[in-house]
Design a protein around this ligand. Sequence first.
Ligand code: KG4
Ligand code: ZN
Length: 327
Amino acid sequence: MNILAIESSCDDTSAAVLAPTGVLSNVIASQSIHIKFGGVVPELASRAHQTTISQTVAQALDESKLTLDAIDLVAVTQGPGLMGSLLVGLCFAKGLALANHIPLVGVNHMDAHIYANFIDESPSFPFICLTVSGGHTQLVHVKAPFEHEILGSTRDDAAGEAFDKIGKILGLSYPAGPVMDKLSKEGDAKFHKFPQALLKEGLDFSFSGLKTSALYYTQAKEDAWVQEHLNDICASVSEAITEVLIKKLKRAVQQTGVETIAIAGGVSANSMLRAKAKKMADTMSLNLHIPKLSYCTDNAAMIAITGKMKAELGEYADMNMKPFASL
Ligand code: KG4
Ligand code: ZN
């Protein structure tokens, strides 16, 4: 089965082609227009998707060296995400499928982050997936394909949101997660102890207190001092975020007794989180799966693999499929 997939849930327009031999193309058009606003502006995002979607899909097909008549399935993100952004991808996918008589499948973006782990590897079920992105932070017990139990999630900010908002406080450009990751590598993670919330309580997360703490901490210092110690502050913030994520992941493993863990979503690109997950897996003798970097942040290859798995279960969509912002 050759699959053409489209992802447009937030601020990246992406199209990919997946064949039985693997991913043939995975084109990502990121929208730089949001940088000056320090966050994604929904109306601008949907307009930019509309401008780039045709050429992104054409490029993905081009790079795959396949033509539309070789495509057996169109997979598209149905939600969650920004309504206007989702609409652009969904309408485009529907038009493509209808005009070319190709079956269509709708994909949940959060499922796709999890199943990105199946692009290059085959994790065995059951496993726990820590899904950490700009909008979500979830501990998911993946019992079988598409049989999920959310064991814990964030009560306020998502982990990626914490990186981005604290980065903004520190004067870093949006999205600050990757920038903080880079600066952290040169810093001392023990420079300052930022709070780690809800450590004694269950499997939920909270990052808003950390954000406030970082705000008060920097407001009490001179700007020049903050800039001088930027690497150390970034490393200390990264330490607080990743420690909580790993401690809760560990608790979820102990509660469920699974032998396999995975991490997914944009924040799974974080080097400190990846290193801590590896250490945890080695210490607890667990199988660990982490997608390669280009499949961590939003991309259509993860939509393709998830669409394939849904099609194999016979879960096709029809032309009545609607975008679902809070899916
Ligand atoms: O999954 P994703 O691309 O989009 C959503 O579905 O939200 O995740 C984007 C988030 C942003 O908050 C971004 O700052 C964060 O992932 N992120 C990172 C890194 N790369 C992306 N956070 C920390 N370290 C990174 N290397
Ligand atoms: Zn995402």
